[in-house]
Design a protein around this ligand. Structure first.
Ligand code: ADP
Length: 486
């Protein structure tokens, strides 16, 4: 089984969110079960810098706008995962993030940047590939940035390979003015409802969903939710037409990176049977963040993009109530300025009980995950979510809204789930501040009054197998179904 895994971000090369985590972990888990996999991604400066054994392997021709580019291949350090990168100084080698400049403004040529990524994937899977000794059986696309790949494969390159698209977040669709059609050399006849047209625009994501041979998404609940108007972001009709085919496969976590027993970012490691270390990590975190050092103060953790999706606006109005109950908050994140300001003000007014770090900080994210007592994630929608999985692995019971992957991974604590030892967190009954407050209060009730019950809830989460091995087998099954002779 040869798989070309096309993606716009890969941890540890470049990351803005969960897609990078998936792209950094799933290919290696698939490789471990015998899949011959190569990643294809843009050659951003950080990627060119960090790959080892990087060499030019082919020259790419007939590309939209830039005409030519080099195809290079290297390895992610300390792994055997092969990464092919498109080297184009004009498209990818600039300061700023993968999608926007340093001021957060989207790059105006994103349609070309990701159109070319999609086109190269299609070329590499088709009869005109410049690589003769490696042809994929399956092209595995991820999110809108790669959405044009299945369209190019079917309509332009006449590729024999099968295509699939994994949907990591329907909120991002890559919709652009129809003028881009000619620039990207897409057939105008397919700019239609039965094609890549969406309300008069060219939609990268719709192209992927319409033309891919298979569709997966990152949790079973999200697979159902995206077929409804609330979560489909306008594509629910198309998705529900292919409803039975959409497979939800819950993400795993990178256990080499996220393991409290061997986490280099912690002053002391710990495990389900030796939880004492977690207390030391908590006091070190309180000290580092300038919080009052107090083992008994319930420390709530947040690591998140601060956007509407993540629902943290629901936390702001109940913070005073929680502080009055003796809670502390350690928040790390960045995003909408109104939310950044609201939390920063809370920290200014409550320096010993609220710490807010605006920015992106990998070590601190580990320390918060490990040092806090509860992890707060009231997302309005959450395709899979990784942070609640990290919370489970770190004995930091997640407090979540009942949506998508949160609903599929966090088991609410009640009499039945506590008895059968599945309880591993607390689940809100609806997306509201009142529900979040009542959920946190339930957690506080156990945390403050019943240490052994709290231990049990922590252990239930810590003993789950959250590794990628399980998910990788499910992806392999999809590849096998796709390539089975008819
Ligand atoms: P999403 O991809 O929607 O942002 P996920 O929970 O799936 O949410 O994944 C988010 C990933 O990004 C996690 O690995 C999380 O730890 C990380 N992350 C988010 N914000 C920050 C931050 N400010 N600093 C460090 N890591 C962060």
């Amino acid at each position: 089984m040869r798989v070309l895994f096309v993606t716009s971000e890969v941890f540890p090369l470049i990351k803005t969110g969960g897609l990078a985590d998936v792209s950094g972990s799933l290919p290696s888990a698939l490789q471990n079960i015998g899949v011959d996999i190569r990643i294809l991604m843009p050659g951003y400066p950080a990627v060119l810098d960090k790959l080892t054994d990087l060499q030019t392997i082919a020259s790419l021709e007939n590309l939209p706008v830039i005409h030519n580019a080099s195809l290079m291949m290297g390895r992610i350090a300390d792994t055997q995962v092969k990464v092919m990168v498109i080297k184009s100084a004009s498209l990818y080698e600039r300061d700023g993030g993968p999608y926007s400049d340093a001021n957060g403004l989207e790059w105006l040529d994103n349609p070309v940047r990701f159109g070319v990524l999609s086109k190269v994937a299609a070329i590499l899977s088709g009869p005109h590939s410049p690589i003769v000794d490696w042809q994929p059986n399956v092209v595995h696309c991820n999110d809108w940035q790669t959405g044009l790949t299945p369209a190019y494969m079917k309509l332009v390159e006449h590729s024999q390979a099968k295509s699939m698209i994994s949907l990591h977040n329907m909120a991002f669709q890559g919709c652009y003015a129809p003028g881009w059609l000619s620039t990207l050399e897409l057939p105008h006849t397919n700019f239609a409802v039965e094609g890549f047209e969406y309300h008069g625009q060219l939609s990268f994501l719709k192209a992927g969903i319409f033309y891919a041979d298979a569709i997966t998404t990152v949790s079973p609940s999200y697979a159902k939710e995206i077929q409804t108007a609330e979560f489909g972001f306008g594509l629910e009709g198309l998705l529900s037409k292919r409803g039975d085919e959409i497979k939800g496969i819950l993400n795993g976590i990178e256990t080499d990176e996220w393991n409290p027993e061997a986490d280099p970012h912690l002053i002391k490691t710990y495990s389900a049977t030796k939880l004492a270390g977690k207390k030391l990590v908590k006091s070190a975190l309180q000290e580092k963040l300038g919080l009052h050092i107090d083992a008994s103060a319930p420390l709530l953790g947040v690591v998140s993009r601060l956007t509407h999706q993540k629902g943290l606006d629901m936390l702001v109005p109940i913070m005073q109530n929680l502080l009055d109950s003796g809670c502390q908050l350690a928040l790390l994140g960045s995003g909408e300025s109104a939310l950044e300001n609201a939390f920063s003000n809370l920290a200014i007014n409550n320096p010993e009980s609220v710490s807010v770090t605006i920015g992106y900080n990998e070590p601190l994210s580990h320390q918060i995950m490990a040092g806090c007592d509860m992890f707060i994630m009231p997302s309005r929608f959450e395709p899979c979510g990784l942070n609640q999985l990290y919370g489970l692995a770190y004995g930091t019971p997640p407090i979540v809204n009942a949506t998508g992957g949160l609903a599929d991974s966090v088991v609410d604590t009640n009499i039945i789930t506590f008895k059968n030892k599945t309880a591993n967190g607390f689940v809100m009954s609806e997306a509201s501040s009142a529900s979040l407050l009542s959920c946190i209060k339930q957690a506080l009730n156990v945390f403050n009054n019943d240490e052994s019950a709290w231990r049990q809830i922590q252990k239930n989460g810590m003993s789950l197998n959250l590794s990628w091995d399980k998910s990788a087998l499910e992806y392999l099954a999809v590849y096998q179904t796709l390539t089975k002779p008819a």
